[in-house]
Design a protein around this ligand. Structure first.
Ligand SMILES: [Zn+2]
Length: 524
């Protein structure tokens, strides 16, 4: 099986993404997760760039890895000085890694107009820096920045930049589509030329500005590249980098190329979710292979066909990547979509059971009232449990009050006081929050925590409100539908509430979310 070297840049290029910033602890968690997945190279960052990075590299020194090698990233030496006198080069050298990635310019326009030096000096900078690290026996990856744009502008010079890197002793050369605008055909042609010219490991580093980072990476591999750079979930500047969670399954499951140990590929979905969680971004549920909707079926006929034979509407078995098949609920979904959720709760029921009819009647009634269980399957599961009598309310609400201070001058502008009965015990708690829903969420959780400690791990990850019948004359009296997405770090579930009062709708979704978590917890 041909081997492809996977080179992860989640902690370097991936941190250029808008809204992403990691603490040192976050980064250590990510590194451990990538090692467990079996990633060969982890580009950890630029060790000289700030005190946080310096601490991170210090802490990496004492870690042991099963699969991964840590790479420190930096640029070629500064213009007009000796390599040893460059303080950034010294911090790379002192970072304690056995491998470094050095990026340098391949595009003549960048050399003369951005870097503002001579074409010759840039080549010397590449050679000097790489040979300096080689004199310390470091493994060196040369990242040829803007290589494809450079090749189109001045192919002779772009190739020369690689030549100087190879002469300097680089162990691999990585061709970067830094602006992310190159087309697959051009990637193939240019990588082919480089692969024929140099007898060295060739890497590919793509950005997704034209939506083709993954396609471009595959073309580069077809043309002879064997090292793939990318990031988990495709995190990165602008439109992101090559998504490793798309490219790895494509290469390994479809093209028969070995990227990570075979047994580990089923961990790719959980790894992707875990890193979204740490990055504190909403996981892209439409991502191939690893999104919640990657194997979700809606229309009745599709759901029916997949139940007969999953290959009817699925390109792979979701279990291969550790994902799962789901059926989206909707009025148009035939009974088989509903059946598969019913069978999750009770697998003895069939299409003809009288309980099934009761459930479907209830579903229709609720949909008529504005509930939509597509994407709120967890609330539907609770309805099934209620009808089957396997559900016992966890608590009884007596009342709650919310006080809102507006205009607000502090973070927490809302206070909720809640009175509930749990196991015949009355419980009154108060909590503050950022807005009324957050205050209620905090208060109810505080009240329930001593009865159900497993709730401490759960948190709300998304909150959406949609106004129903917005055409109505009195828009403020329209019904609203609230969807709450919750997570315990491993699983994600969505619940729904509908009411003409947004607080009431939020309350319904909130209670469902908590009850779902506890029902799940008890049944596992
Ligand atoms: Zn990049």
């Amino acid at each position: 099986m041909k081997k492809i070297i996977i080179y992860d840049s989640t902690l370097r290029d991936g941190t250029q993404a808008q809204g992403i910033s990691y603490s040192v602890e976050d980064k250590l968690k990510i590194v451990k997760k990538l090692d467990a997945l079996g990633i060969k190279y982890i580009e950890a960052g630029n060790p000289g760039s700030n005190p946080k990075e310096i601490e991170f590299f210090e802490r990496l020194k004492v870690l042991k890895f099963n699969h991964s090698k840590i790479i420190a990233f930096g640029s070629t030496r500064k213009i007009g000085i000796e390599t040893k006198d460059d303080s950034n080069i010294q911090s790379l050298l002192n970072s304690g890694t056995s491998a470094v990635a050095i990026f340098g310019k391949s595009w003549d326009f960048h050399v003369t107009n951005i870097l503002k030096t001579s074409l010759e000096e840039n080549l010397n900078m590449i050679f000097d820096t790489i040979s300096y690290f080689k004199s310390f026996k470091k493994e060196v990856v040369f990242d040829a920045e803007h290589f494809f744009d450079g090749y189109k502008a001045n192919s002779e010079y772009a190739l020369k930049s690689l030549e100087f890197a190879v002469k300097g002793g680089a162990d691999s050369i990585c061709l970067c589509d830094t602006n992310g605008g190159t087309f697959p055909r051009d990637i193939f042609d240019i990588v082919s030329i480089v692969a024929n010219k140099f007898n060295i490991e060739i890497g590919i580093h793509c950005h997704n500005d034209n939506g083709m980072a993954v396609a471009n990476t595959i073309m580069a591999i077809d043309a002879g590249a064997t090292q793939v750079q990318g990031t988990i979930n495709g995190f990165g500047e602008r439109c992101g980098n090559t998504n490793l969670c798309t490219i790895i399954p494509n290469l390994q499951l479809k093209m028969g190329l070995n990227c990570i140990p075979d047994n580990n590929i089923t961990n790719i979905t959980s790894t992707a979710r875990y890193i979204s969680e740490i990055a504190n971004v909403v996981h892209n549920e439409r991502d191939p292979y690893i999104g919640k909707y990657a194997f979700a079926h809606k229309a009745g006929m599709h759901a029916d066909a997949v139940n007969k034979d999953s290959s009817a509407y699925e390109h792979i078995n979701p279990l291969l990547v550790g994902n799962e098949r789901t059926f989206l609920m909707s009025e148009v979904a035939g009974r088989s979509a509903v059946m598969s959720i019913i069978n999750k709760v009770d697998n003895t029921l069939t299409k003809d059971s009288k309980e099934t009819k009761q459930i479907i009647d209830k579903l229709k009634e609720m949909e008529y009232m504005g509930y939509q269980y597509e994407g709120a399957e967890s609330s539907f599961e609770l309805i099934i449990r209620k009808i089957l009598g396997t559900y016992k309310p966890l608590f009884k609400l007596v009342e709650f009050k919310v006080i809102i201070n507006e205009p607000s001058v502090v973070n927490f502008n809302s206070t909720a006081v809640i009175k509930i009965i749990v196991e015949n015990q009355e419980e009154i708690t108060a909590a503050e929050g950022d807005g009324p829903v957050n205050a209620i969420d905090n208060a109810i959780r505080k009240a329930l925590l001593k009865f159900y400690p497993e709730l401490s791990k759960m948190k709300l990850s998304d909150y959406k409100v949609r106004v129903l019948d917005s055409n109505s004359a009195s828009a403020s009296a329209s019904k609203v539908r609230v969807l709450i997405e919750s997570t315990d770090g491993k699983e994600v579930w969505t619940t729904i509430g509908v009411s003409s009062d947004i607080i009431d709708a939020s309350w319904q979704a909130l209670v469902d979310s908590i009850e779902y978590k506890i029902v799940k917890y008890k049944s596992t």
